[in-house]
Design a protein around this ligand. Structure first.
Ligand SMILES: [Zn+2]
Length: 280
């Protein structure tokens, strides 16, 4: 009797093992089958090589599908153009570049510190302004400006940011000889800050910006535009043999006209963008 029970258990166990194996196979097939079918379909029929799923690639510049930002398939692609990209404290055109300069009668160690200080003063935060002025470098000054109310800071930048930056860079041009000489040596090259900032910079890496028509930059590149504007004005003043001092201390009206000029050129760029996306 006991032997018969053991035999029945063996039969039952045997049958159970087979069913278990079958169900395991089913489970594996159900979970991996669709992936296998997708894999087979992704193979090139002629060569058997794996095809790239180009539909998933979205271009960062034109938002088109099937190509990357620095690809020749992109309508923004330009093989050869004169674009000078800068980023970080080693480039004199960057606001992070360490230099002794004066703004509003005070000493600063970078144009970034002067800009952030002016922002804090205008927003009625003299304590933060003092800490920014005491900061060791532009990076620290920028980090300290995060103490300001973000909404007010944004409004201030929209209304006054470009005008203040122009005034500070004018002062830098007058006071920092290497900045003045290197800016004039750039000739007619497009100047682009290559960071991901979409207001001051081009919003691209240096490699991407090098092969991208400036009209297609995702960022507004306002810093680059101010520098190019400054270069042009400085060149015109020198050509006309006027006194340089009349340029570095322009009146308010001059700044206003200059700012309007920048906004107009920015609007033109938006019109030129094929995908219609607002970059201003
Ligand atoms: Zn593209």
């Amino acid at each position: 009797m006991r032997t018969a029970n053991i035999e029945r258990e063996k039969d039952f166990c045997g049958a159970s093992d087979e069913w278990n194996r079958f169900f395991r196979f089913e489970l594996v097939f159900v979970s991996l089958g669709p992936r296998y079918i997708c894999y087979i379909h992704s193979l090139d029929k002629k060569t058997g090589d794996k095809r790239q799923n180009t539909r998933k690639i979205v271009c960062k510049i034109c938002r088109g599908h099937g190509h990357k930002a620095d690809s020749e398939d992109c309508p923004a692609f330009c093989r050869e153009q004169s674009v000078l990209c800068f980023k970080g404290p080693h480039f004199v055109f960057s606001n992070m570049y360490r230099c002794q300069m004066m703004h509003s009668g005070l000493d600063f160690t970078s144009s970034e510190s002067a800009y952030q200080w002016q922002k804090a003063v205008d927003l009625g935060r003299p304590d933060t302004a003092q800490r920014i002025r005491d900061a060791a470098d532009g990076f620290r000054a920028k980090a300290l400006s995060k103490d300001l109310d973000s909404d007010l800071a944004f409004e201030w930048r929209q209304e006054h940011g470009v005008r203040v930056m122009e005034a500070i860079l004018e002062a830098k041009l007058e006071q920092v000889p290497e900045f003045r000489s290197q800016l004039m040596e750039t000739g007619s090259a497009v100047l682009a800050e290559c960071t991901h900032d979409l207001f001051w910079a081009a919003g691209l890496t240096a490699n991407q910006a090098k092969h991208c028509k400036p009209a297609y930059f995702p960022g507004q590149n306002m810093l680059g535009k101010i520098l190019m504007n400054l270069r042009e004005r400085h060149r015109n003043v020198n050509n006309n043999d006027e006194k340089y001092s009349s340029l570095v201390k322009p009146n308010k009206e001059y700044y206003h006209l200059s700012y309007v000029g920048l906004v107009t050129s920015c609007k033109n760029i938006r019109c030129a963008t094929s995908n219609g996306s607002s970059i201003c």
